[in-house]
Design a protein around this ligand. Structure first.
Ligand code: FAD
Ligand code: NAG
Length: 429
Protein backbone atom coordinates (compact mmCIF):
# COMPACT_ATOMS: atom_id res chain seq x y z
CA UNK A 1 0.00 0.00 0.00
CA UNK A 2 1.33 3.40 -0.95
CA UNK A 3 0.52 6.53 1.03
CA UNK A 4 1.13 10.17 0.10
CA UNK A 5 1.10 12.65 2.99
CA UNK A 6 0.83 16.36 2.24
CA UNK A 7 2.64 18.42 4.91
CA UNK A 8 5.52 17.53 7.22
CA UNK A 9 4.21 19.19 10.39
CA UNK A 10 4.00 17.14 13.57
CA UNK A 11 0.78 15.49 12.39
CA UNK A 12 2.11 14.54 8.96
CA UNK A 13 5.33 13.20 10.48
CA UNK A 14 3.46 11.12 13.07
CA UNK A 15 1.39 9.66 10.25
CA UNK A 16 4.47 8.96 8.14
CA UNK A 17 6.25 7.18 11.00
CA UNK A 18 3.15 5.22 11.90
CA UNK A 19 2.59 4.10 8.29
CA UNK A 20 6.23 3.05 7.88
CA UNK A 21 6.08 1.05 11.09
CA UNK A 22 3.18 -0.83 9.49
CA UNK A 23 5.32 -1.51 6.44
CA UNK A 24 3.51 0.88 4.11
CA UNK A 25 5.24 2.89 1.42
CA UNK A 26 5.28 6.60 2.33
CA UNK A 27 5.91 9.70 0.26
CA UNK A 28 5.84 12.89 2.33
CA UNK A 29 5.46 16.18 0.43
CA UNK A 30 6.39 19.42 2.18
CA UNK A 31 6.05 22.90 0.73
CA UNK A 32 8.88 24.45 2.75
CA UNK A 33 12.23 24.13 0.99
CA UNK A 34 13.90 23.93 4.38
CA UNK A 35 12.58 22.98 7.78
CA UNK A 36 12.70 26.06 9.98
CA UNK A 37 11.81 26.02 13.67
CA UNK A 38 8.55 27.89 14.20
CA UNK A 39 7.34 28.87 17.62
CA UNK A 40 9.35 27.93 20.65
CA UNK A 41 7.85 25.78 23.34
CA UNK A 42 5.17 23.15 23.13
CA UNK A 43 3.38 21.21 25.83
CA UNK A 44 3.09 17.48 25.29
CA UNK A 45 0.36 15.95 27.42
CA UNK A 46 0.03 12.28 28.37
CA UNK A 47 -2.14 11.35 25.38
CA UNK A 48 0.51 12.77 23.03
CA UNK A 49 3.48 11.27 24.87
CA UNK A 50 1.69 7.92 24.67
CA UNK A 51 1.71 8.31 20.89
CA UNK A 52 5.41 9.24 20.98
CA UNK A 53 6.00 6.00 22.89
CA UNK A 54 4.10 4.02 20.25
CA UNK A 55 6.14 5.68 17.52
CA UNK A 56 9.37 4.83 19.32
CA UNK A 57 10.52 8.42 19.88
CA UNK A 58 9.61 8.99 23.54
CA UNK A 59 13.04 8.27 25.08
CA UNK A 60 14.78 10.67 22.69
CA UNK A 61 12.14 13.34 23.29
CA UNK A 62 12.49 13.00 27.05
CA UNK A 63 16.23 13.59 26.79
CA UNK A 64 15.52 17.09 25.50
CA UNK A 65 12.32 17.74 27.42
CA UNK A 66 11.48 19.17 30.81
CA UNK A 67 8.88 17.38 32.88
CA UNK A 68 7.36 20.25 34.86
CA UNK A 69 6.96 19.85 38.57
CA UNK A 70 3.52 21.43 38.29
CA UNK A 71 1.10 23.68 36.46
CA UNK A 72 0.49 26.79 38.49
CA UNK A 73 -2.28 29.29 37.74
CA UNK A 74 -2.01 32.79 39.15
CA UNK A 75 -4.14 35.89 39.34
CA UNK A 76 -3.14 38.55 36.80
CA UNK A 77 -2.65 41.61 38.98
CA UNK A 78 -1.01 40.37 42.15
CA UNK A 79 0.15 36.91 41.17
CA UNK A 80 -1.70 35.13 43.95
CA UNK A 81 -1.84 31.40 43.25
CA UNK A 82 -5.27 30.13 42.25
CA UNK A 83 -4.59 26.55 41.28
CA UNK A 84 -1.89 23.89 41.26
CA UNK A 85 -1.82 20.66 39.28
CA UNK A 86 1.15 18.44 40.08
CA UNK A 87 3.17 17.00 37.18
CA UNK A 88 5.87 14.30 36.88
CA UNK A 89 5.09 11.01 38.63
CA UNK A 90 1.64 12.28 39.49
CA UNK A 91 0.82 12.60 35.77
CA UNK A 92 2.31 9.23 34.97
CA UNK A 93 0.33 7.61 37.77
CA UNK A 94 -2.93 9.24 36.78
CA UNK A 95 -2.73 9.05 33.00
CA UNK A 96 -0.15 6.38 32.30
CA UNK A 97 2.31 8.57 30.43
CA UNK A 98 4.36 11.72 31.13
CA UNK A 99 3.51 15.39 30.58
CA UNK A 100 6.42 17.45 29.29
CA UNK A 101 7.43 20.70 27.61
CA UNK A 102 9.99 20.83 24.82
CA UNK A 103 11.34 23.14 22.16
CA UNK A 104 9.23 22.65 19.04
CA UNK A 105 12.36 22.54 16.90
CA UNK A 106 13.61 19.57 18.94
CA UNK A 107 10.26 17.79 18.74
CA UNK A 108 10.07 18.34 14.99
CA UNK A 109 13.66 17.33 14.34
CA UNK A 110 13.34 14.10 16.34
CA UNK A 111 10.20 13.15 14.41
CA UNK A 112 11.86 14.06 11.11
CA UNK A 113 14.96 11.97 11.89
CA UNK A 114 12.82 8.99 12.83
CA UNK A 115 10.81 9.30 9.62
CA UNK A 116 14.04 9.39 7.60
CA UNK A 117 15.50 6.47 9.54
CA UNK A 118 12.40 4.39 8.77
CA UNK A 119 12.69 5.12 5.06
CA UNK A 120 9.98 7.71 4.51
CA UNK A 121 10.57 9.38 1.15
CA UNK A 122 10.52 13.11 1.95
CA UNK A 123 10.35 15.81 -0.71
CA UNK A 124 10.93 19.34 0.47
CA UNK A 125 10.01 22.39 -1.58
CA UNK A 126 7.06 20.47 -3.00
CA UNK A 127 3.72 22.28 -2.95
CA UNK A 128 0.54 20.33 -3.57
CA UNK A 129 -1.93 22.28 -5.67
CA UNK A 130 -4.50 19.75 -6.78
CA UNK A 131 -6.12 16.41 -5.99
CA UNK A 132 -7.71 13.92 -8.34
CA UNK A 133 -10.24 11.87 -6.42
CA UNK A 134 -10.95 9.37 -9.20
CA UNK A 135 -7.35 8.64 -10.00
CA UNK A 136 -6.15 9.06 -6.40
CA UNK A 137 -3.45 11.51 -7.39
CA UNK A 138 -1.93 14.74 -6.20
CA UNK A 139 -0.88 17.50 -8.53
CA UNK A 140 2.24 19.36 -7.45
CA UNK A 141 3.43 22.84 -8.32
CA UNK A 142 5.59 21.96 -11.31
CA UNK A 143 2.74 20.08 -12.97
CA UNK A 144 3.85 16.60 -11.94
CA UNK A 145 1.20 14.14 -10.79
CA UNK A 146 1.87 11.55 -8.11
CA UNK A 147 -0.30 8.53 -7.41
CA UNK A 148 -0.95 6.56 -4.25
CA UNK A 149 -3.54 4.23 -2.74
CA UNK A 150 -4.20 6.75 0.02
CA UNK A 151 -3.65 10.52 0.15
CA UNK A 152 -3.60 12.37 3.45
CA UNK A 153 -3.85 16.15 3.71
CA UNK A 154 -1.79 17.18 6.74
CA UNK A 155 -1.19 20.70 5.50
CA UNK A 156 -2.25 22.64 8.57
CA UNK A 157 -4.47 25.59 9.43
CA UNK A 158 -4.46 27.12 5.94
CA UNK A 159 -4.93 23.75 4.26
CA UNK A 160 -5.18 23.63 0.49
CA UNK A 161 -6.29 20.00 0.52
CA UNK A 162 -9.25 20.89 2.80
CA UNK A 163 -10.62 23.33 0.25
CA UNK A 164 -10.13 20.98 -2.67
CA UNK A 165 -11.73 18.13 -0.76
CA UNK A 166 -14.74 20.21 0.29
CA UNK A 167 -14.99 21.76 -3.17
CA UNK A 168 -15.36 25.27 -1.81
CA UNK A 169 -13.38 27.88 0.08
CA UNK A 170 -13.14 27.04 3.74
CA UNK A 171 -10.76 29.40 5.48
CA UNK A 172 -10.31 28.99 9.22
CA UNK A 173 -12.46 31.24 11.35
CA UNK A 174 -10.88 34.07 13.33
CA UNK A 175 -11.42 33.52 17.04
CA UNK A 176 -11.00 37.16 18.03
CA UNK A 177 -7.78 36.42 19.93
CA UNK A 178 -4.12 36.63 19.04
CA UNK A 179 -0.94 35.24 20.55
CA UNK A 180 2.36 36.99 21.09
CA UNK A 181 5.11 34.40 21.14
CA UNK A 182 8.56 35.18 22.46
CA UNK A 183 11.56 33.54 24.05
CA UNK A 184 14.11 34.74 26.56
CA UNK A 185 17.52 33.34 27.25
CA UNK A 186 18.46 32.41 30.79
CA UNK A 187 21.05 35.23 30.76
CA UNK A 188 18.45 37.79 29.78
CA UNK A 189 16.21 36.82 32.63
CA UNK A 190 19.09 36.47 35.10
CA UNK A 191 20.19 40.00 34.20
CA UNK A 192 17.15 41.27 36.12
CA UNK A 193 18.95 40.11 39.25
CA UNK A 194 15.66 40.08 41.10
CA UNK A 195 14.88 37.51 43.82
CA UNK A 196 11.12 37.80 43.21
CA UNK A 197 11.55 36.97 39.54
CA UNK A 198 14.07 34.25 40.32
CA UNK A 199 11.47 32.55 42.50
CA UNK A 200 9.32 32.21 39.36
CA UNK A 201 11.88 31.31 36.70
CA UNK A 202 14.33 29.21 38.67
CA UNK A 203 12.06 26.19 38.79
CA UNK A 204 10.52 23.73 36.37
CA UNK A 205 6.95 24.91 36.39
CA UNK A 206 4.39 25.95 33.79
CA UNK A 207 3.12 29.27 35.13
CA UNK A 208 -0.11 30.78 33.83
CA UNK A 209 -1.56 34.19 34.71
CA UNK A 210 -5.30 34.69 34.12
CA UNK A 211 -6.84 38.12 33.65
CA UNK A 212 -9.68 39.97 31.90
CA UNK A 213 -9.62 39.13 28.15
CA UNK A 214 -6.01 37.91 28.40
CA UNK A 215 -3.71 35.28 29.78
CA UNK A 216 0.00 34.42 29.79
CA UNK A 217 1.88 31.13 29.75
CA UNK A 218 5.52 30.91 30.83
CA UNK A 219 7.83 27.89 31.10
CA UNK A 220 11.45 26.84 30.65
CA UNK A 221 12.58 24.77 27.65
CA UNK A 222 15.93 23.55 26.31
CA UNK A 223 17.32 22.33 29.65
CA UNK A 224 16.27 25.62 31.23
CA UNK A 225 18.49 27.68 28.93
CA UNK A 226 15.50 29.27 27.25
CA UNK A 227 12.13 30.48 28.48
CA UNK A 228 8.99 30.30 26.43
CA UNK A 229 6.32 32.97 26.70
CA UNK A 230 2.92 32.98 25.06
CA UNK A 231 0.70 36.00 25.67
CA UNK A 232 -2.92 35.85 24.62
CA UNK A 233 -5.13 38.87 24.09
CA UNK A 234 -7.91 40.27 21.88
CA UNK A 235 -6.98 40.35 18.21
CA UNK A 236 -6.09 43.74 16.72
CA UNK A 237 -4.55 42.39 13.52
CA UNK A 238 -6.16 43.15 10.16
CA UNK A 239 -8.58 40.55 8.82
CA UNK A 240 -6.77 37.84 6.90
CA UNK A 241 -3.37 38.51 8.52
CA UNK A 242 -1.57 35.39 9.80
CA UNK A 243 1.78 35.89 11.51
CA UNK A 244 3.63 39.21 11.72
CA UNK A 245 6.46 40.73 13.67
CA UNK A 246 4.92 42.48 16.69
CA UNK A 247 6.25 45.40 18.66
CA UNK A 248 7.47 44.84 22.20
CA UNK A 249 5.95 48.16 23.29
CA UNK A 250 2.50 47.13 22.22
CA UNK A 251 3.00 43.75 23.88
CA UNK A 252 4.11 45.31 27.17
CA UNK A 253 1.31 47.87 27.10
CA UNK A 254 -1.21 45.03 26.67
CA UNK A 255 -0.12 43.63 30.03
CA UNK A 256 0.33 46.87 31.92
CA UNK A 257 -0.76 46.55 35.53
CA UNK A 258 -0.19 42.78 35.59
CA UNK A 259 1.85 40.96 38.24
CA UNK A 260 5.17 42.76 38.87
CA UNK A 261 7.11 39.61 38.20
CA UNK A 262 5.52 39.23 34.79
CA UNK A 263 6.07 42.90 33.97
CA UNK A 264 9.76 42.52 34.78
CA UNK A 265 10.04 39.41 32.63
CA UNK A 266 8.35 41.22 29.73
CA UNK A 267 10.80 44.12 30.10
CA UNK A 268 13.59 41.75 28.99
CA UNK A 269 11.96 40.70 25.72
CA UNK A 270 13.50 42.13 22.55
CA UNK A 271 11.37 40.67 19.84
CA UNK A 272 7.94 39.17 19.55
CA UNK A 273 5.85 37.44 16.90
CA UNK A 274 2.14 38.04 16.61
CA UNK A 275 -0.12 35.17 15.58
CA UNK A 276 -3.75 35.46 14.67
CA UNK A 277 -5.61 32.61 16.35
CA UNK A 278 -8.10 30.78 14.19
CA UNK A 279 -10.16 27.65 14.51
CA UNK A 280 -12.80 25.83 12.50
CA UNK A 281 -16.33 24.72 13.09
CA UNK A 282 -16.79 21.01 12.67
CA UNK A 283 -16.37 20.20 8.98
CA UNK A 284 -19.15 18.28 7.24
CA UNK A 285 -16.59 15.70 6.14
CA UNK A 286 -12.84 15.08 6.13
CA UNK A 287 -12.91 12.25 3.66
CA UNK A 288 -13.64 11.74 -0.02
CA UNK A 289 -12.78 8.42 -1.61
CA UNK A 290 -9.19 7.50 -0.81
CA UNK A 291 -8.32 11.00 0.42
CA UNK A 292 -8.63 12.30 3.97
CA UNK A 293 -7.34 15.07 6.25
CA UNK A 294 -5.65 15.22 9.63
CA UNK A 295 -4.59 17.73 12.31
CA UNK A 296 -5.06 21.46 11.89
CA UNK A 297 -6.24 20.89 8.33
CA UNK A 298 -9.53 19.53 9.67
CA UNK A 299 -9.88 20.59 13.32
CA UNK A 300 -7.82 23.70 14.09
CA UNK A 301 -8.37 24.95 17.62
CA UNK A 302 -7.55 27.76 20.00
CA UNK A 303 -4.37 26.67 21.80
CA UNK A 304 -6.04 27.05 25.23
CA UNK A 305 -5.93 23.40 26.09
CA UNK A 306 -2.45 22.67 24.72
CA UNK A 307 -3.86 19.92 22.50
CA UNK A 308 -3.60 21.00 18.85
CA UNK A 309 -0.45 19.08 18.03
CA UNK A 310 -1.48 16.31 20.41
CA UNK A 311 -4.64 15.72 18.37
CA UNK A 312 -2.68 15.92 15.13
CA UNK A 313 -0.21 13.22 16.22
CA UNK A 314 -3.08 11.09 17.51
CA UNK A 315 -4.75 11.39 14.08
CA UNK A 316 -1.52 10.44 12.34
CA UNK A 317 -0.81 7.44 14.54
CA UNK A 318 -4.41 6.23 14.22
CA UNK A 319 -4.43 6.51 10.44
CA UNK A 320 -1.18 4.57 10.13
CA UNK A 321 -2.44 1.84 12.45
CA UNK A 322 -5.81 1.48 10.72
CA UNK A 323 -4.23 1.33 7.26
CA UNK A 324 -1.68 -1.17 8.57
CA UNK A 325 -4.38 -3.37 10.05
CA UNK A 326 -6.27 -3.28 6.76
CA UNK A 327 -3.17 -3.99 4.70
CA UNK A 328 -2.18 -7.01 6.78
CA UNK A 329 -5.66 -8.49 7.21
CA UNK A 330 -5.55 -12.04 5.78
CA UNK A 331 -9.28 -11.91 5.03
CA UNK A 332 -8.62 -9.26 2.37
CA UNK A 333 -5.46 -10.63 0.84
CA UNK A 334 -4.92 -8.75 -2.41
CA UNK A 335 -8.19 -6.84 -2.16
CA UNK A 336 -7.57 -4.54 0.80
CA UNK A 337 -7.25 -1.42 -1.38
CA UNK A 338 -10.93 -1.47 -2.14
CA UNK A 339 -11.74 -1.03 1.55
CA UNK A 340 -9.62 2.12 1.94
CA UNK A 341 -12.57 4.54 1.67
CA UNK A 342 -14.38 2.61 4.41
CA UNK A 343 -11.32 2.69 6.64
CA UNK A 344 -10.93 6.43 6.11
CA UNK A 345 -14.57 6.91 7.08
CA UNK A 346 -13.98 4.79 10.16
CA UNK A 347 -11.00 7.01 11.01
CA UNK A 348 -13.04 10.17 10.54
CA UNK A 349 -15.83 8.79 12.71
CA UNK A 350 -13.64 8.00 15.70
CA UNK A 351 -11.51 11.14 15.43
CA UNK A 352 -14.20 13.72 14.78
CA UNK A 353 -16.03 13.33 18.07
CA UNK A 354 -12.79 13.48 20.04
CA UNK A 355 -11.28 16.45 18.26
CA UNK A 356 -14.56 18.37 18.43
CA UNK A 357 -14.55 17.94 22.20
CA UNK A 358 -11.08 19.48 22.21
CA UNK A 359 -12.03 22.47 20.05
CA UNK A 360 -15.02 23.12 22.33
CA UNK A 361 -12.94 22.66 25.48
CA UNK A 362 -10.43 25.25 24.30
CA UNK A 363 -13.27 27.69 23.61
CA UNK A 364 -14.71 27.04 27.08
CA UNK A 365 -11.27 27.72 28.54
CA UNK A 366 -11.16 31.06 26.78
CA UNK A 367 -14.40 32.06 28.48
CA UNK A 368 -13.30 30.99 31.96
CA UNK A 369 -9.66 32.09 31.64
CA UNK A 370 -10.55 35.56 30.43
CA UNK A 371 -13.28 36.58 32.90
CA UNK A 372 -13.30 40.16 34.12
CA UNK A 373 -13.20 40.60 37.88
CA UNK A 374 -16.68 40.07 39.28
CA UNK A 375 -19.02 37.38 40.60
CA UNK A 376 -18.24 34.84 37.86
CA UNK A 377 -14.49 35.26 38.33
CA UNK A 378 -14.93 34.84 42.08
CA UNK A 379 -16.93 31.69 41.50
CA UNK A 380 -14.19 30.42 39.20
CA UNK A 381 -11.42 31.19 41.67
CA UNK A 382 -13.22 29.50 44.55
CA UNK A 383 -13.48 26.37 42.41
CA UNK A 384 -9.87 26.62 41.19
CA UNK A 385 -8.73 26.84 44.80
CA UNK A 386 -10.51 23.58 45.51
CA UNK A 387 -13.71 25.03 47.00
CA UNK A 388 -17.23 24.20 45.83
CA UNK A 389 -17.50 24.21 42.04
CA UNK A 390 -20.58 25.89 40.65
CA UNK A 391 -19.06 26.68 37.24
CA UNK A 392 -19.68 23.61 35.08
CA UNK A 393 -16.26 24.31 33.55
CA UNK A 394 -14.76 21.16 32.00
CA UNK A 395 -11.25 22.12 33.17
CA UNK A 396 -12.27 21.41 36.77
CA UNK A 397 -13.67 17.94 36.14
CA UNK A 398 -11.33 14.99 36.73
CA UNK A 399 -13.35 12.77 34.37
CA UNK A 400 -12.82 15.33 31.60
CA UNK A 401 -9.03 15.05 32.01
CA UNK A 402 -9.21 11.28 32.19
CA UNK A 403 -10.98 11.22 28.85
CA UNK A 404 -8.80 13.91 27.29
CA UNK A 405 -5.28 12.97 28.33
CA UNK A 406 -5.76 9.47 29.75
CA UNK A 407 -6.92 8.38 26.30
CA UNK A 408 -5.11 5.78 24.21
CA UNK A 409 -5.98 6.81 20.65
CA UNK A 410 -4.33 3.82 18.98
CA UNK A 411 -6.00 1.28 21.28
CA UNK A 412 -9.30 3.02 20.55
CA UNK A 413 -8.66 2.68 16.81
CA UNK A 414 -7.77 -1.01 17.16
CA UNK A 415 -11.13 -1.64 18.87
CA UNK A 416 -12.95 0.26 16.13
CA UNK A 417 -11.14 -1.79 13.48
CA UNK A 418 -12.03 -5.09 15.20
CA UNK A 419 -15.66 -4.06 15.32
CA UNK A 420 -15.65 -3.01 11.67
CA UNK A 421 -13.91 -6.24 10.70
CA UNK A 422 -16.39 -8.43 12.51
CA UNK A 423 -19.26 -6.74 10.67
CA UNK A 424 -17.34 -7.10 7.42
CA UNK A 425 -16.60 -10.74 8.12
CA UNK A 426 -20.27 -11.44 8.64
CA UNK A 427 -21.26 -9.72 5.42
CA UNK A 428 -18.56 -11.58 3.47
CA UNK A 429 -19.68 -14.98 4.78
C1 FAD B 1 0.38 29.99 20.22
C2 FAD B 1 0.18 28.52 20.00
C3 FAD B 1 0.54 27.60 21.00
C4 FAD B 1 0.34 26.24 20.83
N1 FAD B 1 0.70 25.39 21.83
C5 FAD B 1 0.46 24.07 21.70
C6 FAD B 1 0.81 23.16 22.75
O1 FAD B 1 1.37 23.57 23.79
N2 FAD B 1 0.54 21.83 22.58
C7 FAD B 1 -0.05 21.35 21.44
O2 FAD B 1 -0.28 20.13 21.34
N3 FAD B 1 -0.40 22.19 20.43
C8 FAD B 1 -0.16 23.52 20.53
N4 FAD B 1 -0.49 24.36 19.51
C9 FAD B 1 -1.15 23.81 18.29
C10 FAD B 1 -0.17 23.19 17.32
O3 FAD B 1 0.84 24.10 17.00
C11 FAD B 1 -0.87 22.77 16.03
O4 FAD B 1 -2.13 22.21 16.32
C12 FAD B 1 -0.04 21.73 15.29
O5 FAD B 1 1.23 22.22 15.02
C13 FAD B 1 -0.72 21.29 14.00
O6 FAD B 1 0.08 20.34 13.34
P1 FAD B 1 -0.24 19.91 11.85
O7 FAD B 1 0.78 18.89 11.52
O8 FAD B 1 -1.68 19.57 11.71
O9 FAD B 1 -0.04 21.23 10.98
P2 FAD B 1 1.26 22.16 10.74
O10 FAD B 1 2.21 22.03 11.85
O11 FAD B 1 0.73 23.50 10.42
O12 FAD B 1 1.95 21.52 9.46
C14 FAD B 1 1.44 21.69 8.16
C15 FAD B 1 2.58 21.51 7.18
O13 FAD B 1 2.06 21.45 5.85
C16 FAD B 1 2.87 22.22 4.99
N5 FAD B 1 2.03 22.62 3.86
C17 FAD B 1 1.03 23.53 3.86
N6 FAD B 1 0.44 23.59 2.67
C18 FAD B 1 1.08 22.71 1.86
C19 FAD B 1 0.93 22.33 0.49
N7 FAD B 1 -0.03 22.86 -0.28
N8 FAD B 1 1.77 21.40 -0.02
C20 FAD B 1 2.73 20.84 0.77
N9 FAD B 1 2.91 21.16 2.07
C21 FAD B 1 2.10 22.09 2.60
C22 FAD B 1 3.33 23.38 5.86
O14 FAD B 1 4.49 23.98 5.34
C23 FAD B 1 3.56 22.68 7.19
O15 FAD B 1 4.88 22.17 7.31
C24 FAD B 1 -0.26 25.75 19.64
C25 FAD B 1 -0.61 26.65 18.63
C26 FAD B 1 -0.40 28.02 18.80
C27 FAD B 1 -0.79 28.96 17.69
C1 NAG C 1 -4.80 39.41 45.24
O1 NAG C 1 -6.01 40.01 44.83
C2 NAG C 1 -7.20 39.30 45.18
C3 NAG C 1 -8.39 40.01 44.57
O2 NAG C 1 -8.32 41.38 44.74
C4 NAG C 1 -7.27 39.19 46.69
O3 NAG C 1 -8.43 38.45 47.05
C5 NAG C 1 -6.02 38.50 47.21
O4 NAG C 1 -6.05 38.46 48.62
C6 NAG C 1 -4.77 39.21 46.75
N1 NAG C 1 -3.62 38.41 47.11
C7 NAG C 1 -2.46 38.93 47.48
C8 NAG C 1 -1.37 37.96 47.76
O5 NAG C 1 -2.28 40.13 47.54
Amino acid sequence: MKVIIVGAGLGGLACAISCRREGLDVLLLERAPKILPIGAGIQVSANASRIAHRLGVLPVLLERAIQPEKLEIRRYDNGSVLYIRPGRENMVQKYGSPWFVIHRADYHEIMMQEAIRLGVDIRLGCTVEGLDFDKSQVLVQDGETLSADVIIGADGLWSTTREILLGHQSPPVETGDLAYRATLSREEIEALDDPEVKAIYDRQVVTVWLGPDKHCVFYPISQGNTYNLVLLRPDNMPAGARTVQGTVDEMRLSFEGWDNVLTKILSQINSVLKWKLCHHEELATWTKGCITLLGDACHPTLPYQGQGAAMAVEDGAVLGRLLGLLDSEPLFKGTSAKFIPEILNLYEGIRKSRTTINVQGATANRFWYHLADGPMQEKRDVALRGGPDSTGWCFLRPDYWNDLVGFDAVADAECAFEEWLSQKGESIQ
